[in-house]
Design a protein around this ligand. Structure first.
Ligand code: ADP
Ligand code: MG
Length: 864
């Protein structure tokens, strides 16, 4: 180790016996905070006073051979959830305060993730002061009676300290008091009750055997490191209400003793715990304001509260400070509340914040790296460069690790399962840190120089003791007071005898005068002391009073504030009630309107429905009418078409017939002209035949080869066809030879379903009187079908008309009144060529008929 590193800061080198061999490891303590909710899953258990066990929570458990990993970490001491602040203070911080008062440096920091209790441990909560107020309390309890007057010690801007005599200090004090107080937001110093609660530690903890021959002064400074910038939290910037200036960052410098310090940092001399904590609170407020105004994440900044203690010996009389700069000792205790150690992604920071957070993380990373390198150097004797300069945080504390002093770290952990991974990282860091060693500062002899006050005080204490013992009896406050006053009187020089026996006695009176003067002087001194004490007491009383008053004022203020709030809320309530009433009325009106509208809607809907029904009805009527008209039109047109067709066909046939008859007549004529006379004997049979009426079709007979009207295709009637021969009983027997004969027919008198079921053809013989008075027989034929319903249907296919005509029909037609002409008349007519021709024609035509028919028929296609 280099000699320079061994120096205790501020202490003149020759006076300090350095102790380069002794080193202490960094004291790492662990504090486990209680879970915020009892139902939270816990992943850290305190095993004993020095061990904690961390296990993965349910979700994380890594199973290895059926068992999950539990890890144990050891610390110098572990503080469980039930440990109170005082216990922690006694173990961790008290030794640091003792060291401070003995002129040694110390560094105490809290490390852990956000919410793990770092601030709770360092600052505390209202009513439960943390390490910082307790340290202050202990310092002032210890040095209280030995404090120097304000401004006796003066810090310079190079991290050094100077001393001045009490008179100069008094002058400076007066000068400062005369100066107008700068108007700052914190200018009005009012004690915050929350803060008052925190410093009310009432431990009366103090360092024993404080060097009474020294005078002491405490200076505090408070800085914040955010985004690798250092800000002075106590800087009194002039108050600018419109646009407050953003805080200016500070730079780090190294003093002649290689200690790092923040240049231009405000250092406030404080004389009591309250004053010191008030200064801290001021900085804390400023920090909060800055965080809000600049939208910072407070958990990402490191805060450093530095307590500097200057001490210098009194002169040999024990009355005045020794005016020697080299004799001044300046020690410092840094209390650091580090930023949350969690990784960035946990807080889901974005943009600027992420970058800033990255830098903060960077400083913690640098801290880790520094610790790692230090450990490596120490363990393996390597000489790697420790990267202190990589971050402001590590740079500021370089001297603690490289120089000497006590370094202590409290690792704060929240045992909740969500923090498991982060807690694991914290544990690992803690484990590593414990292996780093820091040189132990050398002890300084107490009262080595000018033990005047000590000796005087010691002598007084001894004398008092002796006196009390001599008196005997019980020792209580009263007896002690008596003894003290006796001792004080005793200290008064005894009066010599004042009796003047000799007129020339010029010794007694001067002696008496001398003694009296001495006594007077002593009295004056005592009364001065009393006045001082009274003054001090009055000050304390006044402070207490003002604190009580301010508390009262605060409470009053709060009360009136609350009252105002209540009144405001009442008014608001009334307003809201009124509003509710108005709204209710509106709702009522709206409901009514809605009902009316609904009724209207219903009526309109009904109307609409009836109208649409009416419309539908009209439309269907229209459709029906249209259909009927359409039907009538088509019917009429079909009827007329048919009629026309029929007439045309009849005319055609008639004409063809006429033509054919003429042809035949011509042929007959030709035959008659050419045939021999012996063929005549055939005539009688013919005549016989002709005696019976000959049936003749009204329609012209078909041509033998190509009939003028196309015959309908007929199926073979012989093959399995069965006919129903329907002959109504009203029919008149015609007795012609050419009766319609249907083989295998079932003859019925009325339409019979039974018969129809057996047959597949149907024929109705229908008779009516023709216009010429002859009976006209119509054979209406059709096909029988089975209907789907199981009945029978007849589709008429053709109608044959048979007409009976007498060979003398023409005559008959001319004289219908003579229905029975004489037979010889016929004979007479046999010679008539025309008649003969027509008979011949009929015979031929009859022979041309199809099977089963012995009459001349001209089928007519009829579709039903
Ligand atoms: P950090 O500074 O690490 O972010 P805080 O100190 O602000 O965490 O703690 C977060 C909350 O937990 C605070 O409300 C604090 O009062 C509470 N807390 C922390 N540690 C303890 C403890 N040991 N006992 C009781 N409450 C605690
Ligand atoms: Mg905190």
């Amino acid at each position: 180790m280099k000699a320079a590193r061994m120096k205790t800061p501020r202490r003149p080198v020759p006076k300090k016996p350095s102790n380069p061999c002794v080193k202490d490891p960094v004291g790492v303590y662990c504090r486990v905070r209680p879970l915020s909710r009892p139902d939270q899953e816990c992943c850290i258990e305190v095993i004993d006073e020095t061990t904690v066990q961390i296990h993965p929570p349910e979700g994380y458990r890594i199973f290895r051979n059926g068992e999950y990993r539990e890890t144990q970490y050891s610390f110098k001491e572990v503080f469980g959830t039930l440990v109170v602040q005082k216990q922690l203070f006694d173990v961790v911080a008290k030794p640091l305060v003792e060291d401070l008062i003995r002129g040694k440096n110390g560094l105490l920091f809290t490390y852990g993730v956000t919410g793990s209790g770092k601030t709770h441990t360092m600052t505390g909560s209202p009513g439960d002061g943390g390490l910082l107020p307790r340290c202050l309390d202990m310092i002032f309890n210890s040095i209280g009676p030995f404090q120097a007057k304000r401004f006796v010690f003066k810090l310079d801007d190079k991290n050094g300290v100077d001393v001045q005599c009490e008179v100069d200090a008094l002058l400076e004090r007066q000068k400062r008091d005369a100066m107008p107080i700068p108007k700052t937001p914190s200018g009005k110093r009012q004690i915050d009750p929350e803060f008052a609660d925190m410093i009310n530690v009432q431990d009366h903890c103090k360092v024993e055997d404080v060097d009474e021959d020294n005078v002491y002064s405490v200076f505090v400074s408070y800085i914040e490191i955010y985004n690798n910038y250092i800000y002075d939290l106590l800087e009194e910037a002039p108050f600018e209400p419109i646009k407050p200036k953003p805080p200016q960052s500070k730079i780090l410098r190294e003093d002649q003793n290689h200690n790092m310090y923040v240049t231009g940092c405000t250092e406030v001399e404080v004389k009591s715990t309250e004053e010191a904590f008030e200064v801290f609170w001021r900085g804390q407020k400023k920090r909060r304001i800055a965080n809000t105004q600049l939208n910072r994440e407070s958990s990402r900044s490191h805060s450093v509260f530095i307590i500097k203690l200057a001490q210098a010996p009194l002169d040999a009389d024990g009355d005045n400070v020794l005016q020697e700069k080299e004799q001044i000792t300046l020690s410092q205790l840094s209390l650091v509340d580090l930023a949350g150690s969690e990784r960035t992604n946990r807080t889901k920071a974005e943009g600027n914040r992420l970058r800033e957070a990255g830098n903060i993380n960077q400083s913690l990373m640098t801290l880790r790296t520094c610790i790692e390198v230090l450990r490596e150097n120490q363990m393996y004797g390597t000489n790697k460069m420790v990267p202190y300069r990589d971050s402001k945080l590590t740079h500021l504390f370089k001297n603690y690790f490289d120089g000497e002093g006590k370094v202590r770290m409290i690792v704060c952990v929240n045992p909740k399962a969500e923090d498991y991974e982060e807690s694991l990282q914290v544990m690992r860091f803690a484990e590593m840190t414990q292996e780093v060693e820091v040189a132990r500062p050398a002890d300084r002899p107490i009262c080595g120089l000018t033990p005047g006050r000590r000796f005087r005080n010691q002598a007084f204490r001894e004398e008092l003791q002796r006196k009390l013992e001599m008196r005997g009896g019980p020792i209580n406050e009263e007896t002690e007071e008596q003894a003290v006053s006796e001792l004080l009187l005793q200290n008064f020089p005894p009066l010599p005898s004042c009796e003047l026996l000799d007129i020339n006695d010029d010794q007694t009176l001067p002696k008496v005068i001398e003694v009296l003067e001495k006594r007077h002087k002593l009295r004056q001194m005592l009364s001065e002391e009393i006045a001082k004490t009274v003054h001090a007491f009055k000050t304390v009383l006044q402070e207490f009073d003002s604190s009580v008053v301010s508390k009262e004022n605060y409470i009053q203020g709060k009360l009136s504030e609350k009252e105002k709030t209540i009144a405001g809320q009442k008014m608001e309530l009334e307003r809201l009630e009124k509003k509710i009433k108005t709204l209710e009325y509106k709702i009522h009106i709206l409901e009514k309107t809605a009902t009316i509208y609904e009724e209207d809607k219903r009526n309109l809907q009904q109307e609409l429905e009836s109208k649409s029904q009416q419309l539908q009805r009209q439309a269907s009527d229209k459709r029906r009418m249209e259909a009927r008209l359409q039907g009538m039109v088509t019917e009429t047109s079909v009827k007329w078409e048919k009629e026309c067709e029929r007439r045309v066909a009849a005319k055609q046939l008639e004409m063809q017939n006429k033509l054919w008859v003429k042809d035949e007549k011509l042929k007959q004529l030709k035959a008659i002209v050419t045939e021999p006379k012996n063929e005549k004997p055939e005539r009688p049979s013919r005549v016989r035949d002709r005696e019976k009426p000959v049936q003749r079709s009204v329609s012209p007979p078909p041509a033998p080869s190509a009939p003028p009207v196309r015959l309908r295709h007929r199926r073979s009637r012989s093959a399995g066809e069965r006919w129903v021969d329907h002959k109504p009983p009203s029919n008149v027997p015609t007795e012609t030879v050419m009766q319609p004969q249907v083989p295998h027919a079932i003859t019925v008198a009325a339409a019979s379903e039974k018969a129809l079921a057996k047959c597949d053809k149907y024929m109705l013989t229908h008779q009516e009187l023709a216009s010429d008075g002859e009976i006209e027989t119509k054979l209406i034929k059709g096909d029988v079908f089975k209907t789907r319903g199981g009945g029978q249907a007849v589709q008429f296919t053709e109608i044959e008309t048979l007409k009976q005509e007498s060979p003398t029909g023409r005559k008959r037609r001319s004289s219908p009144s003579n229905p029975d002409p004489p037979e010889d008349a016929a004979d007479s007519e046999w010679t008539d060529v025309e008649t003969r021709c027509s008979v011949a024609v009929e015979m031929r035509a009859g022979s041309a008929l199809g099977p089963g028919y012995q009459h001349h028929a001209q089928p007519k296609r009829r579709k039903p």
